[in-house]
Design a protein around this ligand. Sequence first.
Ligand SMILES: Nc1ncnc2c1ncn2[C@@H]1O[C@H](COP(=O)(O)OP(=O)(O)OP(=O)(O)O)[C@@H](O)[C@H]1O
Ligand SMILES: [Mg+2]
Length: 341
Amino acid sequence: MQLNSEKANSIDITFKDVSMTVQTKAGQKQLLKNVSGICKHSEITAILGSSGAGKSTLLNSLCNRKQNNKTTQVSETIQANSTNLTFKNFSEFGSYVMQDDVLLETMTVRECLQFAANLKRVSGGERKRASIELDSSFTAYLLITELKRQAKQKGKTVIFTIHSPSSDIWSMFDRIMLLVDGRFIYQGGSNDQIIKHFSKISFQCPKLQIPVDYFMSIMHYKDSNTQSYPKYFQSYNSQMKQIVESEMEQKSDSQIIVNKYSTPQLYQISQIAKRAFNTVKRNPILFKACMFQAVVIGLIIGLIYLQMEDNQHIFQQFMYKLIYQFSKYQMDQITPLALEI
Ligand SMILES: Nc1ncnc2c1ncn2[C@@H]1O[C@H](COP(=O)(O)OP(=O)(O)OP(=O)(O)O)[C@@H](O)[C@H]1O
Ligand SMILES: [Mg+2]
């Protein structure tokens, strides 16, 4: 998630008592248990935790992606500076790239980011998605470097989740949120501060072990760790909660400059067409398949009208069928493209 802050816009995101409960076949399940925190402007914040800890659920909540319905109960107070954040106003200054989004593996990281940036100023209701395939930790490193640069130079607020970061990536994080079973066990800096916090409760990171590996290993959902979970929660409540609350009180209260300017529709279409064209161009099999399909469909349509009689009635039928075939063919082409948008 990236919050757009043009020049003087400094947006701190604070969230208080975010909780979410879903109804499952086995009964109610609480995915987030009253979590509160702050993500500051000019910083990159990483939400970390083992699989199923609630990272994506939290990120979705921060973007107001989850609404109350029959099976889901959400309770949250989220603010961007002093403005209450809603699903509607989020898109006026923020953008969100979802975990399981459409992947266009033929695009480079830079192109994916550029595409998302180009459409970022798309009007409120529209949610344009771009997703980034990270095929190596080096690519992830480049991506985080770019996000950090955006945060530092432009004062943006960047929040993301990441699986098993490497140690060089870990040391770039300005703020870390560790989630275990829908609760925070840590919130703060990624270096000395985290090591000190856990050493106080006898979880001393071994000198020869890389901190990120150590902290990920003590969070994994396995018996030897789950016994320690109450200890993590208690230590967070007694030692960190208050610090976080006072950080939340010190949030920026500057007025948010909302950039309502949206790129023209023709520009949006040209960007999407360009992306689709590049995707086809860079995938030789897809390119050949499209060419083959065009020729075969053309031949079939042509054959239907071969040796047709030459009178007005037949001509009318011919026109109807031609228009029908043409629009159907176009829709077949457009549908998969629309799904990628
Ligand atoms: N709508 C839902 N109904 C029931 N359970 C859900 C629902 N959404 C998420 N969960 C469960 O809530 C837990 C947290 O899910 P979430 O996707 O936030 O985890 P995560 O930390 O992002 O995991 P991962 O690292 O695998 O992406 C998981 O156990 C998941 O199965
Ligand atoms: Mg997830």
